[in-house]
Design a binder for this molecule. Structure first.
Ligand code: PLP
Length: 370
């Protein structure tokens, strides 16, 4: 093993990224986790204006002040979180924010509690920082992160816990009481919460509660990829307690310097503009979720009805066998075990594809299942 590859040991390449590459004329891809919508009109215009006006240079490391002020206002009004714009860093997607948090805060051997099943980056980011991911098995049909279970896994080396609601890959939304209980636990045990809230706005019957509402001891990670269908513009943000911001900046300054200027312009326009496009997108996701849920139910496939994000995580038995059979039938899905040991026997369907395609995909799945 070459010396420079030491940190990369134990980190595998993403099995979801691999699914992006599966192509075929008749293939329906239910493996992809990005909204199939356009960015808001106001954002398009802001990008054109930015180009026209030469807004293509470095920005302040933390991001332009106007955007950070708009984010601070959003956090105050929507999340009941009061953070100064100076305690906000605009990032290259939520991905950079997660990477920055783990690189800056985790020392070799530190333990970080992560949801299992959970977004792949959590495990990888903790390992890249030479920390130790500790999976918290999500419980029951609702994939609940049970505060008692969390408490039982906290040890003397526990440095942080990552929360993700609404969740990728399960679509589950945390209950207010559980979020509050974990926030209180984190304060009591002096561990930091990293709360990944990128699906905050893609939520159906339930309401989103950020742990930042209950404790100062939280880093809130969010982004524009999912809410405003801006995955390729790579723009997100985090807010953290003042004393942590400086540590995080040490990674951000030398890693990316700043988020792309034109993406910052697009994000600002998205936040300040009308939110109708978001509402329409969420309504369409709900329509697709209802279709997929009804079809899976009628096939007798055991599945929880997700309250957020655009994923469904049914129980299918041998998930590798199912994935391969689905692939042969022309449907790309992701095996649940890609998201952690507790994802075994499940698969992840994304419904970020058209209603018609979902219908066709369900017909194909029905044939291989029945
Ligand atoms: N967090 C979760 C839970 C995600 O599902 C994703 C993307 O799929 C991200 C973070 C990364 O988002 P971004 O595009 O903002 O880097």
């Amino acid at each position: 093993m070459l010396m420079y590859a030491r940190r990369l040991k134990g980190v595998s390449l993403s099995r979801i990224r691999k699914m992006f590459e599966v192509k075929g004329e008749d293939m329906i891809n239910l493996g992809i986790g990005e909204p199939d919508f356009n960015i808001p009109e106001d954002s398009k215009k802001a990008i054109m204006d930015a180009l026209e006006e030469g807004f293509t240079h470095y920005t302040p490391n933390k991001g332009i002040l106007e955007l950070r002020e708009a984010i601070a206002e959003k956090l105050r009004v929507e999340n009941n979180i009061n953070r100064d714009p100076e305690d906000i860093i605009v990032t290259v997607g939520a991905s950079e924010a997660l990477y920055m948090c783990t690189q800056a805060l985790i020392d070799k051997g530190d333990e970080v509690l992560i949801p299992d099943p959970g977004f792949l980056s959590y495990d990888a980011c903790v390992k890249l920082a030479e920390g130790k991911p500790i999976p918290v098995p999500l419980e029951g049909k609702n994939f609940r992160m049970n505060p008692e279970r969390v408490e039982s896994l906290i040890g003397e080396n526990t440095k942080a816990i990552i929360l993700n609601s609404p969740s990728n890959p399960t679509g589950a939304v945390m209950e207010k009481d559980d979020t509050k209980a974990i926030a209180e636990l984190a304060e009591e045990k002096n561990i930091i919460i990293i709360s990944d809230e990128v699906y905050e706005k893609i939520i159906y019957e339930k309401k989103h509660y950020s742990p930042g509402q209950f404790t100062e001891n939280a880093i809130i990670v969010n982004g524009f990829s999912k809410t405003y269908a801006m995955t390729g513009l790579r723009i997100g943000y985090l807010t953290a307690p003042t004393e942590i911001i400086e540590e995080l900046l040490k990674i951000h300054q030398y890693n990316t310097a700043c988020a792309p200027s034109i993406s910052q312009a697009a994000a600002l326009a998205a936040l300040k503009g009308p939110q109708g496009a978001v509402d329409r997108m969420v309504a369409e996701f709900r329509r697709r979720r209802d279709l997929m849920f009804k079809r899976l139910n009628s096939m007798g496939i055991e599945c929880n009805k997700p309250s957020g994000a655009f994923y469904m995580f049914p129980h299918v038995g041998d998930e590798i066998k199912f994935t391969n059979k689905a692939l042969k039938a022309g449907v790309v899905v992701v095996p649940g075990s890609a998201f952690g040991p507790n994802g075994k026997n499940h698969i992840r369907f994304s419904y970020a594809t058209s209603y018609e395609k979902i219908k066709e995909a369900m017909d194909r799945i029905e044939k291989i299942w029945m």
